[in-house]
Every structure is written in structure tokens, then in C-alpha cells.
Design a protein around this ligand. Structure first.
Ligand code: PCP
Length: 344
């Protein structure tokens, strides 16, 4: 697909009637179709009036503190262009107003990617930052991103990858996990238990046919009391039972610290000290902290990560043809940041 060069290219572009998904594919993003249209007009005017070769230094800065993610994806948009790029390494912290990426080259070469690059960095960094916050609370205990169901499938892998960069131990979304060289994490949903009709029966089926590296973590809140079900599953799977998962719905009060304490005590009393407790469902930082103190060993976290508000990123031109400048309100010339590394 040809890159957009002018407003005439924009006007003549037609959306395919049979389009399956509204998300942009890679070719459409590279062609500039997801950019704000004013960047295409700017490119056309500059090239028409002899400014096409203007060399600029552009800096992207963040509006609030966070953990950077999406750098590699943003860089991939610039592949093949004659530009030099410095950026923060993926996963590193930044403060409000820090420059997270600096691009030098012909403005008309990369200007139309501003929208896409800012969007990638803003959202990925928000998800990574939320995951980092969870990590601060879970400490050495693992947590897994379960947020794919809350976002459009086109960006679910982007989110889950960002969560892992921010500190998640893994992710349930298959493509998200594979993007960082991991296998997806997760056992089975309530659907299996509901269809089979009995927690122990479903647990035994899982144990029989899932490969040895699939964790024997059994969900115990579908039909009956979580403690009663855990002990039944323990009896059936014995030492093969690695963990039980509690995901008690909000309608029943959710997963509480009291439930976790009771569960731990009764599992221990019945000789299941080796069985870990995995909690999921509506967990935020405060709840994770309380549940961790009560004895939860691992967590599944979805909406806290997926609902992270994007961290606004802004791109400013700070030099044109070697001359320092800036729009009103900003400081002219490059903004020093020793954490930036040359990446292109
Ligand atoms: C868990 C839970 C939440 C999912 C994880 C995301 O899934 O019920 O909806 O967590 P969040 O609340 O932090 O966003 P399952 O128990 O596997 O879901 P289901 O009820 O579909 O079986």
C-alpha cells in the first residue's frame, strides 16, 4: 500500500465495504491511514514549496511519570527511513516532562507517523505503568495479565506485552505472551465447570489430558463453597494439585481476605500445605495488598491494567536545520536526557 502523500490521496481513499474489523492493519498504519489528516497536509505543503528537505530534531516527552513501553513498535514504523533515533530502553522509568524519544531527520519523511508513534507510546506505557504498580504490591509473588477481554482484540496483544514489560509474570492472551517469547498462562474458565457439571469431574479431566507443563490450578468457586470444593479437588488430585483459583464474583462479595485465611487454614489442616492459592477477579492495588497479606500466592489481574489511562505523549520540533527553536511555552533546542540510547 502506498504512503499517503497529499490531501488528494486522502480524498480518493475508499474503505472496503466488506471490511471485517475496524482496526487498522499493519499496511494501513504504515501508509499513514491512522494519522491525523493535518500531518498529510503539512507534508504536501512543505514538499510543494521547497521545504521537503528541512532537517529537524523532534522530541517526544511524557506528561506524567511512568514506565516506557512501545518503543520497539514505534521504531518499527520508522524502519527504512533516513532518520537517527534515541530512545529510553523498553521498560525503563521516566518522569513527567522527560524526553523519551528524539528523532532527527527530514520532517517530511517521518512527520506523518507522529499520531501513530504517540499513540503506541502513550497506551503501551500506561499499561506497563499499571503493571509496574501491581508489581510493587505483589513483590516476589507472580501475577498474570488477564485483561485481553476488556480491550479490542487488535490491541490485546499490545497490552499484554506491555504488561509483561511492566512486571507481569505472564499473560493469558496467546499472541501477547508469544510476542515476548513466553507461553500463555491460564488454566480453564467457569465455562468448563458449568458444562461438565461438577468441579472435581472437570478437574480430573483437566489433569488427565493437559500436558505436564500446564499448571494443575483448579478453579473452585463455580458451584459450591470454595473451601469444600478445594478439599474435594485435593482429594481427587492429591499431590498433583498445585493450586486452587478463587474468582468469587462481586455478587457474592468477591474474593475476600477472610475467605483466603479460612481456605489456607483448612487446606493446611487437611494436609494440603503444598497447594497454593491463586486469586483473580476485580483486583486493584488495595485488594491485592490485603489478599497477599491473607495468604494469596499468585494473582490474575485484568481491568486494573487494561483500564489504565494513556499517558499523554507530545512531540515537539526543537531544531530546524540545526537552529534551536520551539513553540511558545517550550524551551528551544534539545532537552538533555542521559538515559536516552541511540537505537536507530
Ligand atoms: C477472571 C475474572 C475476570 C477476569 C479474570 C479478568 O476470569 O472473572 O473477569 O480479571 P479482572 O476482573 O481483573 O478484569 P475467569 O474466572 O476465567 O472468567 P469467566 O468468569 O469468564 O470464567
Amino acid at each position: 500500500m502506498k504512503r499517503l502523500q497529499s490531501i488528494q490521496d486522502v480524498s480518493s481513499y475508499r474503505v472496503d465495504d466488506g471490511r471485517l474489523l475496524y482496526s487498522a492493519n499493519h499496511d494501513e498504519i504504515l501508509a499513514g491511514l491512522t494519522t491525523d489528516v493535518y500531518f498529510v497536509k503539512t507534508k504536501q505543503i512543505l514538499e510543494t514549496y521547497g521545504y521537503g528537505d528541512a532537517q529537524v530534531t523532534a522530541e517526544i516527552f511524557a506528561r506524567r511519570d511512568g514506565i516506557i513501553a512501545g518503543v520497539q513498535e514505534a521504531l518499527n514504523l520508522l524502519k527504512g527511513l533516513d532518520v537517527q533515533v534515541e530512545a529510553l530502553p523498553e521498560g525503563s522509568p521516566f518522569r513527567a516532562k522527560d524526553v523519551v524519544m528524539r528523532i532527527r531527520g527530514r520532517y517530511t519523511d517521518f512527520g506523518i507517523y507522529e499520531t501513530a508513534m504517540l499513540g503506541i507510546l502513550a497506551h503501551s506505557s500506561a499499561w506497563a505503568t499499571a503493571a509496574h504498580e501491581v508489581k510493587q504490591v505483589t513483590g516476589d509473588k507472580p501475577f498474570f495479565c488477564f485483561g485481553a477481554r476488556h480491550v479490542h482484540p487488535a490491541v490485546a496483544p499490545v497490552m499484554e506485552r506491555a504488561a509483561i514489560i511492566g512486571g507481569a509474570s505472564g499473560a493469558s492472551c496467546i499472541l501477547g505472551a508469544k510476542l515476548v517469547g513466553l507461553e500463555p498462562s491460564g488454566t480453564v474458565p467457569h465455562a468448563l465447570f458449568l458444562v461438565v457439571g461438577d468441579t472435581v469431574k472437570a478437574a480430573v479431566m483437566y489433569d488427565e489430558i493437559m500436558p505436564p507443563d500446564s499448571p494443575r490450578t483448579i478453579l473452585v468457586d463455580t458451584f459450591k463453597d470454595e473451601v469444600e470444593e478445594s478439599l474435594r479437588v485435593g482429594e481427587a488430585l492429591g499431590t498433583r494439585l498445585e493450586a486452587i483459583r478463587i474468582d468469587t464474583p462481586g455478587e457474592r462479595g468477591g474474593v475476600t481476605a477472610a475467605l483466603v485465611r479460612e481456605l489456607r487454614a483448612k487446606l493446611d489442616l487437611a494436609g494440603y500445605q503444598h497447594v497454593k492459592i491463586f486469586a483473580s477477579g476485580g483486583l486493584d492495588l488495595e485488594k491485592i495488598k490485603l489478599l497477599s497479606q491473607a495468604g494469596v500466592d499468585a494473582f490474575g489481574v485484568g481491568s486494573y491494567i487494561s483500564s489504565a489511562v494513556p499517558i499523554d505523549m507530545t512531540m515537539d520540533i526543537k531544531e530546524v536545520n540545526g537552529k534551536p527553536l520551539a513553540k511558545r511555552g517550550r524551551l528551544p533546542g534539545v532537552t538533555p536526557n542521559e538515559a536516552l540510547k541511540r537505537v536507530m
